[in-house]
Design a protein around this ligand. Structure first.
Ligand code: HEC
Length: 144
């Protein structure tokens, strides 16, 4: 009687151990995203100057300004465009007196973010029938 319980408990503990080994030894959990040192200082500037209180990355952040996930790869935007906003400010966005080096760091950080995917990752297409079709953008850039 008790032996049977003991066997069940041993089996459960073994399964639990195997499960944990499988989960924590998969490659996914051990790959870290490496930022260049320039991008790291860009991230620091991003945090110190509260860019996130008005802007979003992947939809997360403040909502006074636009999402900046793909501002670098946007066909009519890009690094010079970002720098222009930092130089002059716009509406409620203050003018930042960044050095060229600091601006490059922020651009490098945004470039890195851009390389990780798309946000939003779909476009809504309105059909003449009244239905909305979602066209997904697939990120072939990070599927290396
Ligand atoms: C007080 C709020 C606020 C802060 C802080 C702020 N921004 Fe902005 N930002 C805005 C607003 C508002 C706009 C303009 C939105 C529009 O065009 O109507 C904007 C526009 C931009 C744009 C142009 C985006 C586009 O797609 O047209 C960039 C790039 C940008 N900001 C970068 C930054 C960076 C980098 C920082 C931090 C160093 C920052 N902003 C801090 C409010 C802010």
């Amino acid at each position: 009687m008790f032996l049977r319980y003991r066997i069940i408990i041993i089996v459960l503990i073994t399964l639990f151990a195997v499960y944990n080994i499988c989960i924590y030894s998969t490659k996914e959990s051990s790959t870290f995203i490496k930022l260049s040192s320039q991008a790291v200082s860009g991230q620091q500037l991003w945090q110190e100057n509260n860019c996130w209180s008005c802007h979003q990355i992947y939809g997360l952040g403040g909502y006074l300004g636009p999402d900046l996930t793909n501002v670098i790869s946007h066909p009519s935007k890009g690094s010079q465009y970002v720098k222009a906003f930092l130089n002059s400010g716009i509406k409620s966005m203050p003018k930042f007196n960044f050095s060229e080096e600091e601006k490059n760091a922020i651009v490098s950080y945004l470039k890195h973010i851009d390389s990780t995917g798309y946000y939003p990752n779909y476009n809504a297409v309105f059909k003449p029938t009244g239905w909305v079709e979602l066209k997904y953008k697939y990120n072939d850039r990070n599927e290396k």
